[in-house]
Design a protein. Structure first.
Length: 342
């Protein structure tokens, strides 16, 4: 018997008919920034978060260790980026390195709120493009894929050298308003873009709700942060229920100035809808201004009790994230979640 046939015979004697198959394994892990959201996503996926040790030493250095084997798995690391953003960034990078060294097969960063997203271009000379730097850090640390919700600028997708799943919170917010707005309010509804940069998004809302569009023209002082001046309103808002749509609310300056301008021009009610509730001080105080009747946000960022107030509605984003994770894991279509809309 030849050497090759003898080896095949010995193999068949040990494990006759053996067929080796690689089974895909979904693992969801959480950083320390928003564990409640990660737990809700895991529950939607009918799984549990992988046990993970997070430790900060007296010197401030961070250690992360997965307490079970993740070899060969498809791991989704969930980390949102509220304050302290730089600490959460470092923790995620360390988690990525740990996952890569633990031989995870594919690593996806799930960052519902993408950090440094407003620094997506050079506004003046000698400025950084920090959103690109963040993407480079993710890739270098070991990320194969990035998933995020309502990026501040669509071009951020091109900063990462790999697949980017850009999710949209509009279906979550839209469903809320379709259920809560009365027929009379729908008749009077006008969708308002708080600045020219959000016109495309507001226009999509206008089409979905069958409502007219108005645009607020504003100016910022490039040398003074968070200072906004409203110049004029394009579109009819007198006697209308105005729905202000934006991707994020940070200090609330833009939104409050816009709401005050709308009320000054005769708006009946002003409702604010935003995906990311950053709510840096003094946003909570500003958003309780008499010009704003309701604020609706999602929980892409954690909102502690001190950042909540009457008139604030928080919608869960976990079902959207869980469905996207499932589509990616099963090699399905994320775009189909949004009826093919870009």
């Amino acid at each position: 018997m030849g050497r090759k046939k003898k080896a095949e015979q010995e193999r068949d004697d040990i494990a006759p008919g053996l067929v080796v198959k690689t089974k895909k394994r979904l693992v969801v892990a959480s950083g320390s920034s928003h564990p409640g959201l990660a737990e809700a996503v895991a529950a939607q996926l009918e799984t549990e978060l992988v046990p993970t040790e997070h430790r900060t030493f007296a010197s401030g250095e961070i250690l992360t260790r997965f307490e079970v084997s993740i070899r060969g798995c498809d791991i989704f690391l969930i980390q949102s980026f509220g304050p302290p953003v730089n600490e959460w960034m470092m923790e995620l990078l360390i988690m990525l390195d740990a996952a890569k060294r633990a031989s995870a097969k594919r690593i996806t960063v799930v960052a519902p709120y993408y950090p440094y997203s407003r620094q997506d271009k050079k506004g003046r000379g000698r400025e950084p493009i920090s959103a690109r730097l963040v993407a480079d850090l993710f890739k270098t640390a070991g990320a194969d894929r990035v998933m995020s919700v309502d990026l501040h600028a669509a071009q951020i997708q091109g900063f990462f050298d790999g697949p980017v799943d850009h999710l949209f919170a509009k279906p979550v917010l839209l469903d809320h308003f379709e259920k809560t707005l009365s027929a009379e309010d729908r008749e009077k509804l006008t969708v308002v873009s708080p600045d020219t940069g959000r016109v495309r998004v507001a226009d999509q809302w206008s089409d979905s709700l069958g409502a007219p569009l108005a645009i607020i023209h504003k100016r910022r002082d490039p040398n003074v942060a968070n200072q906004v001046t409203v110049n004029e309103i394009v579109g009819r808002v007198d006697g209308r229920v105005c729905l202000l749509v934006d991707d994020m609310i940070d200090t609330g300056g833009t939104i409050v100035k816009a709401a005050q301008a709308l009320k000054a021009h005769g708006a009946e009610r002003v409702i604010v809808a935003a995906t990311h509730a950053v709510f840096s001080a003094p946003a909570v105080e500003r958003l309780q201004d008499s010009s704003i009747d309701e604020v609706v946000v999602t929980d892409t960022l954690p909102l502690p009790v001190e950042k909540r107030f009457p008139g604030l509605t928080i919608l869960p984003i976990a079902p959207l994230l869980a469905r996207a994770i499932k589509e990616v894991f099963e090699d399905g279509s994320v775009t189909s979640m949004f009826n093919g809309d870009a």
